[in-house]
Design a protein around this ligand. Structure first.
Ligand code: GLN
Length: 309
């Protein structure tokens, strides 16, 4: 970088070059993203005043960020925030960075939401992006959100409070449904939502350094075949769902057939639907809880069904 303070245009060129040299594919976009964040302006506003000179502090910050990014730290951890369904979420290395494909899960949840007041569960809530955007977009819902990580819950609570929905979400620490056991929620949830860890051992090895080196392993790894958490969620979800309640989960590339099988094998669900993400990958799977009465009838015919207490 030149010794005198650079202009926006000069700083962008230098930052972009350094990122390019370090193998960052979208180097120009990322340089703009980082500088706009530092200057607290929108990216396009950089071009309204390309001659504006950076202060020494701004220049130092840009160099520091470019260095972090060159070491493959995701942009969102560097800036400490990301957008999800129009809401700004704080993100730290304690939480998985909310992904655009998870927005589709929220779409499906909103479509399946009952008209009146209802209860939703968010299992493996992480940053809280699912629970919080649902609470924000559907005012009559009450959400119980669980996560095994205390640090993730701290981040999620803060995000809920910034979004102004903290009174309608209860965040609970523990594995999957465990922290809900004492809350008398059985048979009461209209929606169960989850973006569980689903990366298989084999796929973990292939993840880009941005993910592998920075995002929490506990929010990525889904056991040897990546399906461990789907098995556990599908096993416990029926107990918590009301009749016709809907289970909606995010899954990874190539997992749709496996997850469908797990859901079908449980015998507790009907109406399985799979939605693709913007890359055409089957990403979101939804299934409706069989009405206890219709199930009972079917079970009687087969003579093998035990009606849950
Ligand atoms: N979508 C994440 C990825 O890019 C995985 C998230 C998850 O396991 N739930 O690998």
């Amino acid at each position: 970088m030149p010794s005198k303070n650079p202009s926006v245009g000069e700083a962008l060129r230098a930052a972009s070059q350094t990122l390019k040299k370090n193998g960052i594919e979208d180097h120009r976009f990322e340089a703009e993203y980082l500088l706009a964040f530092i200057l607290k302006i929108k990216r396009h506003e950089l071009f309204l005043r390309p001659d504006r000179v950076l202060s020494a502090a701004e220049g130092r910050l840009l160099s520091a960020y470019v260095k972090k990014r060159s070491l493959r730290e995701p942009l969102q951890y560097i800036t400490g925030e990301t957008e999800f369904r129009g809401i700004t979420f704080k993100v730290s290395r304690a939480v998985l960075i909310p992904r655009p494909e998870t927005e589709i899960l929220v779409d499906e949840a909103i479509k399946a939401a009952p008209a009146g007041a209802f209860i939703a569960l968010d299992i493996c809530a992480g940053s809280g992006c699912i629970a919080i955007s649902l609470a924000k977009e559907v005012p009559l819902c009450r959400v119980f959100a669980t996560d095994i990580s205390k640090d993730a819950l701290t981040a999620a609570r803060e995000n809920a409070s910034v979004a102004g929905v903290e009174e309608r979400i209860t965040f609970l620490e523990g594995s999957l449904f465990d922290p809900l056991k004492t809350l008398d929620l059985e048979g009461k949830a209209a929606l169960i939502l989850s973006n569980p860890p689903y990366v298989s051992t084999e796929e973990m090895k292939k993840l880009p350094q941005e993910i592998k080196g920075f995002e929490p392993r506990s929010s990525l790894w889904g056991g040897a075949d990546g399906l461990r958490f789907f098995r556990r969620i599908v096993k416990d979800a029926p107990k918590y769902l009301i009749g016709k309640g809907r289970l909606i989960m995010e899954m990874g590339y190539g997992q749709a057939a496996g997850v469908r099988k797990i859901i079908e094998a449980s015998g507790e669900f009907t109406g399985i639907e799979v939605k693709k993400d913007l890359s055409g990958i089957e990403r979101i799977i939804s299934a409706t809880r069989v009405m206890p009465s219709s199930k009972k009838a079917k079970g009687r015919m087969r003579g093998s069904f035990h009606f849950p207490a």
